[in-house]
Design a protein around this ligand. Structure first.
Ligand code: PLP
Length: 402
């Protein structure tokens, strides 16, 4: 037998597999609502003008291609922390935030998971919302943590199961780790209100849980980066020590450049230095040091007042286009087509995705009959809709549910 004869075929990735099926479809009406990547009003990938400008300025400087330090471009990580924590953040002002560049949000979560598995002195259990981004479970399991779930989504109300969430966090063993989506919860598009965040913070304190924030969509949810950072900043101002994974994939459209940051708030600069030294020991044998180009782009934007202002308006432009697609889809289903069912959640959900409530057989029928692709759980990427395809999409949904 050959060396690999016993290796079983693994299942395709549930999200990236959707794109593969879409690519293989030759029908001109086909729509890909699977992957969470922004598309412009013509359905095309969007390179932000601020990113193009930053790249042009960088290339004029003819920069070298030397290795970055293990924790990345220092100026970039400082700017990333400032974007997340805000200029008023106490630990930021004290210099007690340990931050490293990461291979986008996924890499930040993985480095964080590995660091907690090795150094978090308490429980090795991490609670994820049910449902969560599909990659969270394998990331934390492969990091060496035990993954459990807390209730998050209520199918009946297509909203937050806040009572279930509170009960499950109150019942979690003390000092467990809890993963929180900072904004634009993926896949549901349902976020806690600010009052609910304050209550979650109280429970986390009472149960001595350790909050790990995943912030993959800062600015993308509301159009404002500071509004979307509310939960993170509230927890920090309440005195929690947090872990934070940041991604610049969505809000700067830097998907393939893999730009992100992982940070931990610590007690003082001395503790920070010790934590930093251990983060390096986790990173060095994993990928040695992070990629250069994307971090330089993000740093140019974050560090230049005019470019930063331009970028903020471009983030708002993306968020606003998604919000307008939510309104158009809602009105097409409810008013134009009188599609059976309640569709208000399409408008009230936040961020890149909508959890439509379409069932696995309906999503299968949409792919096979209408050439419309989405994940089997009925999640659609709102950014894949535009003026040219939204009517066809609404009619296809209407046909699928009737
Ligand atoms: N976390 C969540 C909730 C996400 O939705 C994503 C991307 O879809 C990520 C993290 C990480 O993405 P990336 O590694 O591309 O930054």
């Amino acid at each position: 037998a050959s060396t690999w004869s016993a290796v079983p075929a693994g299942p395709p990735d549930p999200i990236l597999g959707v794109t593969e099926a879409y690519k293989a479809d030759k029908d001109p009406r086909k729509i890909n609502l699977g992957v969470g990547a922004y598309r412009d009003e013509h359905g095309k990938p969007y390179v932000l003008p601020s990113v193009k400008e930053a790249e042009a300025r960088l290339s004029a400087l003819k920069p070298d291609k030397e290795y970055l330090p293990i924790t990345g471009l220092a100026e970039f990580t400082q700017n990333a922390a400032l974007l997340a924590y805000g200029a008023d953040s106490e630990p930021l002002k004290q210099g007690s935030i340990s931050v490293t560049q990461s291979i986008s949000g996924t890499g930040a979560l993985r480095i964080g998971g590995a660091f907690l598995a090795r150094h978090y002195p308490n429980s090795k259990i991490i609670y994820l919302p049910v449902p969560s981004w599909g990659n969270h479970t394998p990331i934390f399991r492969d990091s060496g943590l035990e993954v459990r779930g807390y209730r998050y989504f209520d199918k009946k109300t297509v909203g937050l199961d806040f009572e279930g969430l509170k009960a499950d966090l109150l019942a979690a063993p003390e000092q467990s780790i809890v993963l929180l989506h900072a904004c634009a919860h993926n896949p549901t598009g349902v976020d806690p209100t600010q009052e609910q965040w304050a209550q979650i913070s109280d429970i986390v304190k009472e149960r001595k849980l350790f909050p790990f924030f995943d912030m993959a969509y800062q600015g993308f949810a509301s159009g404002s980066t500071s509004h979307d950072a509310f939960a993170v900043r509230h927890f920090v101002s309440e005195g929690h020590h947090i872990a934070l994974a940041q991604s610049f994939a969505k809000n700067m459209g830097l998907y393939g450049e893999r730009v992100g940051a992982f940070s931990l708030t610590t007690t003082d600069p001395d503790e920070k230095a010790r934590v930093n030294s251990q983060l390096k020991i986790v990173i060095r044998p994993t990928y040695s040091n992070p990629p250069l180009h994307g971090a330089r782009i993000a740093n140019k934007i974050l560090g230049d007042k005019a470019l930063y202002t331009q970028w903020e308006s471009e983030v708002k432009g993306m968020a606003d286009r998604i919000i307008s697609m939510r309104e158009k889809l809602y009105s097409a289903l409810t008013h134009d087509l009188k599609t059976p069912g309640e569709w208000g959640h399409i408008k009230s959900q936040i961020g890149m995705f909508s959890f439509t409530g379409l069932t696995p057989p309906q999503t299968k029928a949409l792919a096979e009959k209408a050439h419309v692709y989405m994940t089997a759980d009925g999640r659609i990427s709102m950014a894949g809709l535009n003026g040219g395809n939204i009517e066809y999409f609404a009619e296809s949904v209407d046909a699928a549910v009737k």
